[in-house]
Design a protein around this ligand. Structure first.
Ligand SMILES: [Ca+2]
Ligand SMILES: [Ca+2]
Length: 193
């Protein structure tokens, strides 16, 4: 796997930093926009997908990888607390309420990764990222307690565009079915006949 661009605000100065992740080393190369030397940090390993986001909400990107082989998200928080690992939802599993925020950030990071891999002509990797992102967004939209699933659903529809045509139909149908159920549940003028 080639280097993967992972731009983001790692130093928290409000400006994106140039960064990439090198799968063969598991190294993150980050050039802070605030100046100074390039940082090189080892986190993750070959076969992982880099999914940085601000999971601890301190205004700085956190290093994070998704490991397809064991379906885990691994995060190194910029706030300095210990690394943590979260299982990503499998088919038919509802995410725990406490995990929803992290999973939404994770799925969004995968969404962005799929787009940038696709733009770089790396369709095979983009498909893997898009598949997992769709799975997580659908689980979040379908599971109880979600107030605004429409944003997740629109992401699913967009992500389906990264999939082979034969695969793109099912998630789009799932997304439409969820939207229809929600519309019916929320319609105040609905009558039963
Ligand atoms: Ca920055
Ligand atoms: Ca952070």
């Amino acid at each position: 796997m080639l280097d993967v661009p992972v731009p983001g605000d790692y130093d928290g100065d409000g400006t994106p930093d140039t960064a990439f992740w090198r799968p063969s080393e598991g190294n993150w190369y980050i050039q802070p926009s605030s100046g100074g030397n390039q940082h090189v940090v080892q986190f993750g390993r070959d076969g992982d997908f880099p999914v940085p986001s601000d999971f601890d909400r301190d205004g700085k990107m956190d290093l994070a990888v998704w490991r397809p082989s064991d379906h885990t998200l691994r995060v190194r928080p910029s706030s300095g607390v210990a690394d943590w690992t979260l299982p990503t939802p499998q088919d038919g599993e509802d995410p725990r309420p406490a995990d929803r925020d992290a999973l939404a950030l994770f799925a969004t990071a995968l969404f962005e990764l799929a787009s940038s891999l696709e733009a770089a002509g790396r369709a095979d990797e983009a498909v893997t990222a898009a598949r997992e992102s769709i799975k997580v967004f659908l689980r979040l939209a379908e599971s109880p307690g979600e107030l605004e699933p429409a944003a997740f659903i629109s992401r699913v529809v967009e992500l389906a565009g990264h999939l082979p045509a034969s695969e793109a139909v099912a998630p789009t149908q799932d997304a439409v079915a969820i939207l229809r159920r929600l519309a019916e549940a929320n319609s105040p003028s609905r009558t039963t006949g």
